[in-house]
Design a protein around this ligand. Structure first.
Ligand SMILES: Nc1ncnc2c1ncn2[C@@H]1O[C@H](COP(=O)(O)OP(=O)(O)OP(=O)(O)O)[C@@H](O)[C@H]1O
Ligand SMILES: [Mg+2]
Length: 245
């Protein structure tokens, strides 16, 4: 069984085809990478998957359920979490309050599951896992981007997703922060969360991913293991030759 199946996804913005007949499957419990140059269509694919954008063609299935016409919140309720490339936090609230807001939304969705014993279900547990407990009362406006990325991750994790779509989550993090971030992703994955990771930091992608898809100009040009992708001349030519890491 796969967690996510995208079939024949095409998105056009006026005369520009941002995604062209994309087929992509994310296996349950994997960490799958989605890489490619700027403008390749990665964020557009996330928008289609999370329901912010309706594709011109194609379908989205999550746990074998057709979701193409579901609203974003219905998809979130079914277990699909996402973060944003451009941070979308509440800057006037503290770190803890930002996460608390998401936890309260989850509480409204699933009143009976409040107080569940899952390792990552409470605000305190998620803050501990991400190391944010040490800056819990700081205003989000005051913390560096690397930490704000963790707040966005924590806010999504506290909603109890079975799958996370992460859009350049390490952007703005230094090398140490990215290494810690890789460990957090591995723990989340061990806890049963499937991850689809869009990232330009190739050392992170190659460290954590089981499998990688490569987009270029809206078309999938390759997929394979990290070794296969790193040694694929088409991928090196289109992207890796110029990417960092
Ligand atoms: N709302 C929109 N209206 C018009 N064009 C758009 C819109 N959103 C994205 N595009 C275009 O679609 C293409 C894909 O954009 P997208 O943001 O998905 O790329 P990306 O792979 O996420 O790039 P990056 O690595 O820079 O984040 C680009 O050419 C972009 O300019
Ligand atoms: Mg993007």
């Amino acid at each position: 069984m796969s967690d996510l199946d995208l079939t024949g996804i095409t998105v056009r913005f006026g005369g520009h085809t941002a995604l062209n007949d994309v087929h992509l499957t994310v296996q349950s419990n994997s960490i799958t990478g989605l890489i490619g140059p700027n403008g390749a269509g990665k964020t557009t694919l996330f928008n289609v998957t999370s329901g912010l954008l309706k594709p011109n063609e194609g379908s989205v299935r999550f746990n074998n359920e057709l979701m193409t016409d579901l609203s974003p919140y219905r998809r979130a309720k079914l277990g699909l979490g996402r973060t944003f490339q451009r941070l979308e936090l509440f800057p006037s609230l503290s770190v803890e309050e930002n996460i608390q807001v998401a936890a309260e939304i989850r509480g409204e969705w699933f009143p009976s599951s409040l107080g569940t014993s899952s390792v990552i279900s409470s605000v305190q547990q998620v803050m501990k896992l991400t190391g944010l407990d040490s800056i819990a009362s700081k205003s989000v406006a005051e913390i560096p981007t690397g930490k704000a990325r963790l707040v966005e991750l924590a806010r999504t994790v506290v909603q109890g997703p079975s799958m996370l779509l992460l859009d350049e989550p390490a952007s703005g993090q230094n090398e140490n922060e990215t290494e810690e971030f890789a460990q957090i992703l591995k723990i989340l994955n061990t806890e049963g969360i499937t991850i689809l990771l869009v990232e330009h930091d190739m050392s992170l992608v190659m460290d954590v991913c089981d499998k990688v898809f490569v987009l270029d100009f809206g078309t999938l040009i390759a997929d394979g293991t990290t070794d296969e992708i790193q040694n694929n001349p088409v991928v090196i030519d289109a992207y890796l030759g110029g990417a960092n890491g």
